[in-house]
Design a protein around this ligand. Structure first.
Ligand code: ADP
Ligand code: MG
Length: 243
């Protein structure tokens, strides 16, 4: 493993000042002894503000683990993760939670909407948490629903929507948080290719307007091709970093 630099950001290709999130020499291992699995090995990468990075790789290659480590949900076994220049891995869980709340949002493979709340309620809840202001949550919800073209579905339950519509709600819920970094884990994994393509178009268009950094983990080459830059994972190792 390469020792991290004094600044804590040893990732190649980008000056630390430009990177929003970075990993230097990051290893994540699960389990002990014979059951030990190295999900991510000695990963170096830096995500710049406003870029779209695709993270390609087969199932089990470590994509989800890398997203979790970048977002502070998993603490690495070794190495340094930084968020806006701050070493995330040295913070306690509460401080990591605050860092996450201030700018990192997720879209998962399944939309993970709350099933017994309407589309409006799912989004209003996220808006309330994000803004901490009751008066802001209505207008923010209305705006986000409009952005993903689902104003007419406000009263529907998630189960009454198609898979593509559910993912659009999940994207609206992420965008409502006004993230600096949006981490998408196989966001089109449950969708047919046409629907998935439209969901991606929407994601890329929203990224263009709002300017957040977008990381899209996928095992689908046509999805990976949408990134400004493509990273590839195989058996926990980052193989390529094109810029
Ligand atoms: P991907 O998202 O590319 O499918 P993951 O990051 O989910 O890959 O998994 C990488 C490796 O780590 C796999 O071998 C997987 O089985 C293992 N793994 C992931 N999460 C855990 C866990 N919580 N406990 C044990 N092993 C895990
Ligand atoms: Mg995964």
């Amino acid at each position: 493993m390469t020792p991290s630099t004094a600044s804590g950001v040893g990732a190649e290709g980008l000056a630390p000042a430009r990177s929003l999130a970075a990993c230097a020499g990051v290893t994540v291992a699960y389990g002990q002894g014979d059951a030990r699995v190295v999900a991510l090995a000695d990963a170096d990468l830096a995500i710049a503000s406003g870029e779209i990075v695709s993270l390609a790789g087969a199932s089990g290659s470590g994509k989800t683990t890398l997203l979790h480590v970048l977002g502070g949900l998993v603490v690495p076994s070794a190495g340094t993760v930084t968020w806006k220049g701050q070493p995330l891995s040295s913070l306690d869980a509460a401080a990591r939670g605050r860092a996450r709340a201030e700018g990192i949002a997720y879209v998962f493979q399944g939309s993970n909407l709350i099933p017994h709340l309407s589309v409006w309620e799912n989004l209003a809840f996220a808006a309330l948490v994000a803004t901490n202001r009751r008066d802001a949550s209505g207008p923010e919800t209305e705006h986000a629903l409009g952005l993903v073209g689902l104003a007419g579905k406000a009263d529907a339950l998630p189960g009454e929507l198609s898979g593509g519509e559910q993912q659009r709600v999940a994207i609206a819920r992420a965008v409502i948080q006004k993230p600096d970094l949006l981490l998408c884990d196989e966001p089109t994994g449950h969708l047919d290719s046409d629907t998935g393509g439209r969901v991606l178009d929407m994601l890329v268009a929203l990224q263009g307007e709002a300017g957040f950094s977008l990381v899209i983990a996928t095992h689908d080459e046509s999805v990976a091709a949408r990134g400004h830059r493509r990273l590839e994972l195989a058996e926990g190792r980052l193989l390529a970093s094109e810029s």
